[in-house]
Design a protein around this ligand. Structure first.
Ligand SMILES: CC(C)(COP(=O)(O)OP(=O)(O)OC[C@H]1O[C@@H](n2cnc3c(N)ncnc32)[C@H](O)[C@@H]1OP(=O)(O)O)[C@@H](O)C(=O)NCCC(=O)NCCS
Length: 212
């Protein structure tokens, strides 16, 4: 009991980013920002996953056709919002603001997700980062910029550490993590089922505070 009290004193639990928080990314010639997932995002999220189905297939768990429906997106959003409300996850979206047509001069579309999952409080103060970026926007520094902001928001919430894992041949994602201050700390055999196979992963972590 005394240990539990000390943990709270030593590591005060701060609030997660507010649901209306918006973070612009500095990407040339594009208007892209991070904001948190909302209940109303199901149609746009489905559209984003349908557009990127092939782009993501090699790097994500195997998906059946059901995954790419609005109903499935609504259910996943509900789960994510519940996890956010219990401070177990922070589900960020990458949004691009584009020029539309005469009916809708400006429109927004989802161009990626960036989620801090499995947040553990107490002495661990850690979360696991997962992300993807729309195939049309890769190679412009979007993931690197977003990971930097998401780590800063995690640090401001009181987290001490963020981890992430990549397939051995996901050099793009490893570049993003290394550039964002992550260090490889292990290799986990048959760690996650990706594209229908249990596959080895490189494990990365970033310590968010310099001090003890
Ligand atoms: C990995 C991913 C998120 C990177 O997003 P991004 O916005 O393109 O990332 P950035 O532009 O910030 O940086 C990527 C860097 O890796 C490089 N890169 C990408 N693929 C590479 C490859 N196969 N080999 C070597 N370098 C590669 C890019 O050229 C870039 O470096 P540069 O700025 O020097 O050109 C995106 O490609 C993606 O969504 N991939 C599919 C899903 C996925 O892999 N998610 C991560 C799972 S761990």
């Amino acid at each position: 009991m005394q240990g539990a009290l000390l943990d709270v004193v030593d590591h005060p639990i701060r609030l997660l980013p507010r649901i209306d928080r918006v973070i612009p990314l500095d990407i040339p010639e594009r208007s892209i920002f991070l904001r948190l997932l909302r209940e109303t995002d199901a149609v746009a999220l489905t559209d984003a996953y349908v557009r990127n189905r092939e782009h993501l297939a090699r790097w994500e768990p195997a998906r059946t056709d059901d995954f790419f429906t609005v109903e499935a997106a609504q259910a996943r959003i509900q789960t994510s919002i519940e996890q956010y409300s219990t401070r177990a996850a922070v589900p960020w979206l990458l949004i691009e603001r584009c020029t539309g047509d005469e009916h809708e001069p400006e429109r927004e579309r989802i161009v990626g997700t960036m989620t801090v999952n499995r947040i553990t409080w107490g002495p661990f103060l850690s979360g696991s980062l997962g992300y993807w970026v729309d195939r049309e926007l890769t190679g412009r520094g979007v993931a690197t910029a977003a990971v930097g902001h998401v780590c800063e928001a995690a640090r401001a919430s009181g987290l001490h550490r963020i981890d992430a894992s990549t397939l051995l041949d996901n050099v793009g994602s490893q570049t993003v993590l290394r550039r964002s201050g992550f260090e490889q700390f292990g290799l986990a055999p048959r760690y996650l089922s990706i594209a229908g196979r249990w596959q080895d992963h490189l494990l990365f972590q970033r310590i968010l505070h310099d001090e003890d």
